[in-house]
Write a protein that binds this ligand. Structure first.
Ligand code: XIL
Length: 452
């Protein structure tokens, strides 16, 4: 336990800060007291930082030492899945999952339940069922497991991975899907009835940016909210590697789901790679969650690289010996509000104009969907170095900016301007920097640029 972050100490600091403010002092206490663990720092933002946990590793003291020190939420990696909890129909086995829940409770950590209904890791008997028999077995499973853990689960992945990859935006074929398209809402209703206090999530992968699959999930959530199907959150697994990197519109995608009236959670984060590139991606993922008010927390999918389900990609925050990697430091710094800019700007689809004159130009790459957009703006310096810049644009009536990154915005509708922040004001002659913003309505197609 980190005693420097105790509630009492926080109260004392808060009182001191209040006194200082009352006396007209301008000193800000926070800079001097950055949290030193992932969980403590996330908690200061009203969020959790969690990890997937395997029950059989709890006896490994390196593993459990890091677990207890760093994380304030846990997800059983396999122990709550259907094959683990109901290996024989109607006969439930909770031993390993209970062990993880008990340890979490002892440490004051939250538990993410994972997962009640899923096409994968089903027991053999369920794989062989279909139709009404499978539907009934699924509802009974959801009810029994959610009842067993009633009151102990912060968020349940009620349904996992029900949408198809590729361009269809539709459901994945599975034995559950073949019981009827309403199987998902039936599972959510059963979970709500069994444990009304748990947040109920839909969880999936390849939904981390805006694409056909995430649009399909988005439409389902919108429909559930409209019809009163109980859904509280959407989980974004966020398994990233070179073929599937952190998307440029990650934050915007989290935000558009949050705007539907659900919480969002990063549920299985792992990013293959090493060194600075991996560290920057982790920092970006953390910043995205912090920038979305309804992003409750982040869970990484394991502790050490060697614990990962894809260990060869070294995708986690601790090396095989339990040492902190650069990715750990970057994630913690991002949580603590470090302002290190992303070293790799998001890709732009537009070609910057050639540098002319002494000013600057701004070009916009727009990702527009019905009702919303993400604009990535490239600011390019002319023949002289910029010491600062402001991009101006006009939004159509009824459209507005909901958030921005890598720039300071002024105004949210009509004429809006964006100025550089501390780290991207200086742009060499002919060079470029990028910022972005998200909005509702229709995005702009052009912007002006003024050098400062
Ligand atoms: C993985 C576990 O990490 C492995 O130990 C297991 O063999 C297979 O499942 N999406 C999910 C997780 O929702 O449950 C998966 O976990 C990883 C992909």
């Amino acid at each position: 336990m980190d005693t420097t972050r105790s509630p009492r100490r926080r109260r004392v600091l808060a009182a001191a800060a209040a006194l200082a403010a009352a006396a007209g002092a301008v000193t800000v206490a926070s800079a001097a007291e950055a949290a030193t663990t992932l969980g403590a720092s996330a908690a200061e933002h009203g969020r959790y930082f969690g990890t997937a946990v395997a029950a059989y590793k709890l006896s490994d003291s390196t593993y459990s030492g890091i677990l207890d020190r760093e994380f304030n939420s846990v997800t059983p990696e396999n122990e709550m899945k259907w094959d683990a909890t109901e290996p024989t129909q109607g006969s439930f086995s909770y031993g390993s999952a209970d062990q993880i829940v008990a340890r979490a409770k002892a440490n004051g950590a939250k538990v993410r339940g994972h997962a009640l209904a899923w096409h994968s890791q089903q027991p053999g008997w369920a794989q062989n069922l279909s139709g009404t028999a499978l539907r009934n077995a699924m509802v009974n499973h959801v009810t029994q497991v959610a009842t067993h853990y009633k009151g102990q689960i912060d968020s349940w992945d009620v349904v996992n991975e029900a949408f198809a990859d590729g361009g269809s935006g539709g459901r994945r074929d599975s034995n559950l899907q073949r019981t009827g398209n309403d199987w998902i809402e039936v599972a959510f209703r059963a979970a709500r009835a069994a444990d009304p206090a748990a947040k109920l999530c839909y969880n999936d992968y390849n939904t981390d940016g805006q694409n056909a699959k995430s649009n399909g999930v988005y439409a389902m959530v919108q429909d559930f909210k409209a019809r009163g199907v109980p859904i509280d959150c959407v989980g974004f697994q966020s398994h990233f590697n070179a073929n599937s990197p952190l998307p440029a519109d990650y934050q915007a995608n989290l935000q558009r789901f949050a705007d539907l009236g659900v919480d969002v959670q990063i549920t299985e984060l792992d990013i293959e790679g090493s060194g600075t590139a991996q560290a920057n991606s982790y920092a970006s993922a953390v910043r995205a969650c912090l920038a979305v008010t309804r992003c409750n927390g982040i869970t990484v999918w394991g502790i050490r690289d060697s614990d990962s389900w894809r260990a060869s990609g070294t995708p986690l925050l601790f090396d095989g010996s339990g040492n902190k990697k650069p990715a750990y430091t970057a994630a913690l710094d991002a949580l603590n509000g470090g302002s290190t800019p992303p070293s790799t700007p998001p890709p732009s689809t537009s070609t910057p104009p050639p540098p002319t004159g002494s000013g600057c130009t701004a070009t916009i790459a727009l990702n527009q969907w019905t009702g919303g957009f993400v604009a990535t703006v490239k600011v390019t310096a002319g023949a002289s170095r910029l010491a600062g810049w402001t991009a101006g644009l006009t939004l159509s009536s009824g459209s507005s900016v909901t958030n921005s990154w890598n720039a300071q915005s002024s105004g949210s509708s009509g004429a809006v301007s964006f100025s550089n922040v501390a780290y991207n004001g200086s742009v060499n002659a002919g060079a470029s920097t990028e910022f972005g913003f998200q909005g509702t309505g229709t995005g702009p197609s052009s912007a002006t640029c003024t050098a400062r």
